[in-house]
Design a protein around this ligand. Structure first.
Ligand code: DCP
Ligand code: MG
Length: 385
């Protein structure tokens, strides 16, 4: 029993209740405000009694719970709290896999001499998060990731549950299929339509029938249904930088051309950052001149960024400070570094269309890889890889 799944309870809402005693014990709904088209990010357990939940349109939440206290999210505050919680978790093991802003797996197999049993470690983490951060965290303990996550979700809020082999035999089969990680609402509907409601129903069903609904995931889901999961806890070892550069077919010194290439590179870098759910605090412009001298200019920002046009504007302002008169450029590059995970990526929360534009274009490109979606001024530079 060496895998722990730790997940803060009603995270954003709990932070607001922690910081404002007037909100405690009340239905607090964090997300877009009523009257807008956005969604609920999360809500306090008091609001959940009304049927309100994450990702629900805020208009529906308002109908269900008109007495709810609707609050806009304060993402920088939640990120700071999240970092503090993770730094407590990191004291127990380096084998920590962060899943989201408030959730992580810990493999504590090598930590017992120092910190005691898995149960003792879990109890201590819960106590410290309560005392040092002022929040409740639910923890599931099990032999693998699937069962540990299941255990924490069953124990919420402020829970602690060890999923024993006995529970794998007796409890797991009785649970609804949606408790299997990765089975989303549409799959649940399809399974329910053919009479599969519980994990036991799933295990009894012929594989070729399941195949039609679960496709290539069938075997994996059947493994989970039996309480087996071989996936290791994998600490994140992400990229240290994301960059893009191009050696030009001919050396150039026309500012308009250089700017267009910079914009094209910014779009590529932005796409890759967003694709990996990363944001960068440092933007570096690299220029190599026809005499092969190379120059790098960087700017470090207070807030991390991932938007194409923001990256472009910073690269462009760095370019303006360089005297390129009389020189020709043979290579242009943009590097983004000082990366942080974009754990607050919730584009639907806000109604700002411009904010969502990059993401919409990313999605279109993913669906139609051969389509050319870029600022019209760049169609000419479509050969930049
Ligand atoms: N979040 C969000 N939009 C979603 C889901 C989550 O903005 N669709 C944000 C708000 C949550 C935080 O991420 O507070 C953590 O997500 P969880 O799924 O862990 O939900 P909570 O911590 O709010 O509640 P729970 O007690 O169920 O874990
Ligand atoms: Mg949570």
């Amino acid at each position: 029993m060496d895998i722990l799944h730790c997940d803060l309870d009603a995270f954003y809402a709990s932070v607001e209740q922690r910081d404002n005693p007037d909100l405690r014990g009340k239905p607090v709904i964090i997300g877009a405000l009523p009257g807008s088209r956005g969604v609920v990010a999360t809500c306090s357990y008091e609001a959940r009694k009304y049927g309100v939940h994450s990702a629900m349109p805020v208009s529906t939440a308002f109908k269900l719970c008109p007495e709810g206290i609707f609050i806009k999210p304060n993402i920088p505050k939640y990120i700071a709290v999240s970092e503090k919680v993770f730094s407590i978790l990191e004291e127990y093991t380096p084998l920590i896999e962060k899943i989201s802003v408030d959730e992580a797996f810990l493999n504590v197999e090598g930590c017992h001499t120092l910190f005691g049993s898995s149960l003792e470690i879990a109890l201590e983490i819960k106590k410290r998060v309560k005392e040092e951060i002022g929040l409740t965290i639910s923890i599931g303990i099990a032999d693998n990731k699937f069962l540990a996550k299941l255990a924490s979700s069953l124990s919420k809020p402020d829970g602690l549950l060890m999923f024993t082999p006995d529970m794998v035999q007796k409890l797991l089969p009785t649970l609804p299929v949606q408790k299997i990680w990765g089975i989303g609402p549409n799959t649940v509907k399809s399974l329910n339509n053919i009479g599969i409601y519980t994990i036991e129903d799933l295990l009894k069903t012929e594989k070729n029938i399941l195949n039609r609904i679960l496709g290539s995931n069938t075997d994996f889901i059947l493994q989970l249904a039996e309480g087996k999961d071989t996936r290791p806890v994998e600490p994140y070892q992400g990229a240290k930088s994301v960059s893009q550069e191009i050696t030009l077919p001919i050396d150039i010194n026309n500012m308009e051309e250089i700017n267009k290439i910079l914009l094209r590179l910014s779009i590529k870098v932005g796409e890759r950052l967003r694709g990996e759910k990363l944001q960068a605090k440092t933007i570096t412009l690299k220029l190599r001149f026809s005499d092969f001298t190379t120059l790098n200019r960087s700017q470090t920002l207070d807030e991390p960024v991932d938007k194409n046009l923001v990256i472009f504007e910073i690269a462009h302002s760095l370019l303006k400070k360089i005297n390129i008169k009389g020189k020709k450029i043979r290579l242009i590059g943009i590097k983004t570094s000082n990366l942080v995970g974009n754990i607050a990526e919730q584009p639907n929360l806000f109604d700002f269309k411009a904010d969502n534009l990059d993401q919409t274009v990313d999605e279109l490109k993913a669906r139609f890889p051969s389509a050319k979606i870029m600022p019209a001024s760049l169609l000419k530079y479509d050969n930049i890889k």
